[in-house]
Write a protein that binds this ligand. Sequence first.
Ligand code: MN
Length: 488
Amino acid sequence: MTIERIIKKFQENHPHDDVAVLVKAFKFAETAHQGQMRKNGEPYIQHPLHTAYMLAEIKADLATVAAGLLHDVPEDTDHDLEEIQHRFGTEITTLVAGITKLGKIKYRGIERYRENLKKMFLAMTSDLRVIFIKFCDRLNNLRTLEGLPAEKRKRIAQETMEIYVPIAGLLGVSRLKWQMEDICFKFLYPDQFHELEYQYEVEKKVERNRFFQKIKSILIPKLDEAGLQYKIEIRFKHLYSIWRKMQEKGKRFDEIYDVFALRVIVPTIDDCYKTLGIIHTIWKPKPNRFKDYIAVPKPNGYQSLHTTIFGPESKAAEFQIRTSEMHEESIYGLAAHWYYKNQHRPADYRTPGWVKEIIEIQKEILSTDELIKNIKLDIFRDRIFVFSPQGDVFELPEGATPVDFAYAVHTNIGNKASGAIINDKLGKLDQELKNGDLVEIITEKNRPHPNRDWLKFVKTKHARDRIKQHARRSPLDNIKRFLPRINK
Ligand code: MN
């Protein structure tokens, strides 16, 4: 991978942006990673380059691609976030800091699944772009797993399937989702993967292409006759989803009829229904296989008309009919808005507030998805999540302070707290923490008691109780204790 290729890809979607910062970020990262090697023997810089390229592919904006180039610098080199801030400014640094923070989260097995999921959600609400960088980072790591021991490969694949894939699904980024799924499938079930790959790639390829040419040759004249503008694509189902379908339905590869599908992309919604009408006039639709995701979109926003018909040679074929806008969204999910944000939109197009939209999606998915239904959205309301330097996450109420955090970690840390470092900067014990803050408590070994004044600002009952329990009573308190008696 080269920086030139990244710039070329980036400019396809953002022709007017000044790409000087990408060159600058590349040079800085290249120098910083100088001499480092990946496990597969490549120079380290190839990893951030591939990450940035994938971001450019999903149409990420300038700051995100630049952050992709820089994402491993603070973690793996002598150059810290402060230096990045100095050279590249706040926006890029915030993204890089987000990635660095996510990297501090430790994977602790399946039982920690939910906790990890929460952490991803947390990062998402602050800046979604961090998640996209993390996805591309992970995808490239998956592609270079070959050099690792089988056990470790499996673990990483498992983690990806449990955490990254569902979130990619939530965000509707099917492009990243299926790429991750197929790679993980290969590592988790190598035999099944290779068998299916062989059937799919080798055995059926010629037959498949001939069949589609035939369908197209019948359909195209009819679409032309109706005066429609259209684009026809062959859509291949990804290996993992074929395999899953075979498992679920107990079917053989050649019994899965939507392994291949034709996608017809037209300008307007009206054209979608017209095209559907034409298809159903030529071929008989298979009962119960028509789905109108335009009238009723999927929870992640997916829209299209799906129908399966009995095609030539009585073979079934699936059609997906959609507008180009729906097409973009189905591939890039919410990332499509990076791109559309700056384009001329039809007046009726709703510009989504990213975070709002995600919360809507979370609600839908959380109420429907069997796997994660136990996580209630309430958890995220009025709560903040704060990281410890060890990568643990603590849930605190809004407005919580470093003292609340200290007591959440351990009573002794609370009792002996003397200061706080918040996101690598010296902070105050009574300052309000923000979602996603990384907090380190400075303790004073010889401090015998907590400070009673902390009661004025702590937010959690836990901290309050502990302070009351351990704080030395002031002389004033002793007087107060006698007051009621004196009054009587
Ligand atoms: Mn990385």
